[in-house]
Structures are given as structure tokens and as C-alpha cells.
Design a protein around this ligand. Structure first.
Ligand SMILES: *[C@@H]1O[C@H](CO)[C@@H](O)[C@H](O)[C@H]1NC(C)=O
Ligand SMILES: *[C@@H]1O[C@H](CO)[C@@H](O)[C@H](O)[C@H]1NC(C)=O
Length: 266
């Protein structure tokens, strides 16, 4: 009897495990987008590798576009030390080539592989809202969780559940705020502005896992109202502490790069 129960329990847990994996599987949420021969998806869809060499990088994109949500991925950037390689996880309004005043992005971009991560918000075609950070861990050593919350109230960047940046909806003060449907994308590529690539270290491989997230399709209401609508004191304290100790660039800190929202975001 005990053995029979044990066997049944094993079956149930294997089944539940498969369900959980399937819920978070790459194929459920994403399709490869470019550099198709530089993308490896493991058979269960639980881990994806994007490879960058001198011939190409690679990227993937969500099947759907969304109007709000708490977007989530676990990521490990390339181990090999170099500048010039940019590893990204971001929201982008689609299609890419659109009429003026219509492009929005909410970005995580690892600049090279030394651990500096840049965040940015593109509003109506206009970026230059960079805030960069040195993380409290080595992002090429282990997987860590990177999230973007986007709802009608605010955008929040979170690393391992710690809010590191907030961009509020200050439409009422005449400040633009992303409103177009967005895809979520991840990629590895090389950019001149990110420094020189040491190709002797190539190939560079970025790893992604845990693909599930909670988001609403465009025009389907604001489904992420329950997450981080209001920070508690502990979250506020952690964010302020991290920004004080680890922000290495802030467009709001210089009059020449500052923008109107800088007066409202904190
Ligand atoms: C990492 O590289 C970037 C781009 O070259 C540079 O701006 C940044 O200061 C470097 N960070 C560290 C911690 O060395
Ligand atoms: C931003 O807030 C305004 C209210 O101030 C609201 O009407 C608008 O829908 C919000 N924008 C988005 C994209 O949710």
C-alpha cells in the first residue's frame, strides 16, 4: 500500500514538474527573431543560449505584444571579459520602423561583460534617459532575475526583486509615457558605443531561463495593478540605498542631460 502511494506521489510530482516547466517554457512565450543559427533552445524549452561571434549575434521576441505587465526573465551574461558586446532584455513598441513620434522602449542593456548595466526609457523616439549601475553580484557568474513592471502608474526596473529605478506616469504634468503596445525582446549584439570587442575571447554566450511572465495584451486593461503599485518602506529603503551606492551614471544629475521628468520621478 505504502509503495503504491509512493509510486502515485512520484507520478504526480513528475507531472506537476512538467506542468511548471511547460508554463515557463520558451516556446510558449517567445520565438527566435534573428541570428537563428546562433540561438540554442534546449529540448524542454527551459534554457536558451544566444551566441555572439564575428559573423552574428542573435535575438528572440515575444509572440504577442502587450499593454502592461510584470515582465520577467532570468539571465546570465557572457563570462568572457570584453567591451563592445551588449546583452539586452527590453520592451519595444512594434514594428521597429514606424512613423516619427511613435517609438518606445524600456531597456536593460549590459554594456560589455564587466557587470555594468544600463537602463533606458525611450519616449516618442527620444532616448537619452540612461541610468547605469554596478550590480552587487557578478551577472556573468549566475542567473539573476531581471524584471520590468509597466502599468498605468509607473515603470519599475527590478533586479532580484529589488527596485532599482522608477519612471512614473506623469502625463498629467505634460511628460510623455510609453503607451503603445510592446513586444518583449532579448538579444546579444555588438555596438561601437559600448567599447571595443576583444574577439580573441569569442564566442560570447548569454544564457536565459524562466520565460514565463504576467502581462496583459494591449487594450486588455491594466493587469499588473497589484504588483508594486505602492512601494513599502523596505522597498523604498533598498532602492535608495542601492542607487546611492551603485548608480554610476544618471542623466538627471547634469543640467545638460536632464529632462523634465527628473523633477518628478523620485
Ligand atoms: C565597464 O565598462 C563600461 C563600458 O566600457 C564602463 O563605462 C564602466 O565604467 C566599466 N565598469 C567597471 C566596473 O569597470
Ligand atoms: C497615464 O496616466 C494617465 C492619467 O494621468 C492615464 O490617463 C493614462 O492612460 C496613463 N497612461 C498609460 C500608458 O497607462
Amino acid at each position: 500500500m505504502a509503495i503504491r502511494i509512493a509510486i502515485i506521489l512520484v507520478f504526480i510530482s513528475v507531472f506537476l514538474m512538467q506542468e511548471i516547466l511547460a508554463q515557463n517554457s520558451f516556446d510558449k512565450y517567445y520565438d527566435p527573431l534573428w541570428g537563428l543559427n546562433h540561438i540554442t533552445v534546449d529540448p524542454q524549452g527551459t534554457e536558451v543560449q544566444l551566441l555572439m561571434d564575428q559573423s552574428s549575434g542573435a535575438g528572440f521576441r515575444s509572440k504577442l505584444e502587450y499593454g502592461s505587465g510584470l515582465f520577467h526573465i532570468r539571465m546570465k551574461i557572457p563570462e568572457k571579459r570584453t567591451g563592445g558586446i551588449v546583452t539586452t532584455f527590453y520592451l519595444t513598441s512594434a514594428p521597429d520602423n514606424q512613423p516619427p513620434n511613435n517609438h518606445f522602449e524600456i531597456d536593460y542593456e549590459f554594456i560589455g561583460t564587466n557587470g555594468t548595466v544600463q537602463t533606458n526609457v525611450y519616449n516618442n523616439d527620444e532616448g537619452h534617459r540612461e541610468q547605469s549601475f554596478n550590480l552587487w553580484f557578478n551577472p556573468s557568474q549566475d542567473f539573476h532575475t531581471y524584471e520590468i513592471l509597466w502599468n498605468s502608474r509607473q515603470i519599475v526596473f527590478l533586479v532580484d526583486s529589488i527596485p532599482i529605478r522608477v519612471f512614473k506616469n506623469n502625463t498629467a504634468q505634460g511628460i510623455d509615457y510609453p503607451w503603445k503596445p510592446m513586444h518583449i525582446e532579448a538579444s546579444i549584439w555588438n555596438a561601437n558605443w559600448a567599447g571595443d570587442v576583444d574577439w580573441t575571447q569569442a564566442p560570447f554566450v548569454a544564457h536565459f531561463e524562466d520565460f514565463g511572465f504576467k502581462a496583459c495584451e494591449a487594450n486588455a486593461g491594466d493587469c499588473s495593478r497589484d504588483s508594486y503599485w505602492e512601494f513599502d518602506d523596505e522597498q523604498k529603503r533598498k532602492m535608495q540605498q542601492f542607487r546611492r551606492s551603485s548608480m554610476t551614471y544618471d542623466y538627471c544629475s547634469q543640467p545638460s542631460t536632464s529632462k523634465p521628468e527628473c523633477a518628478f520621478n523620485i
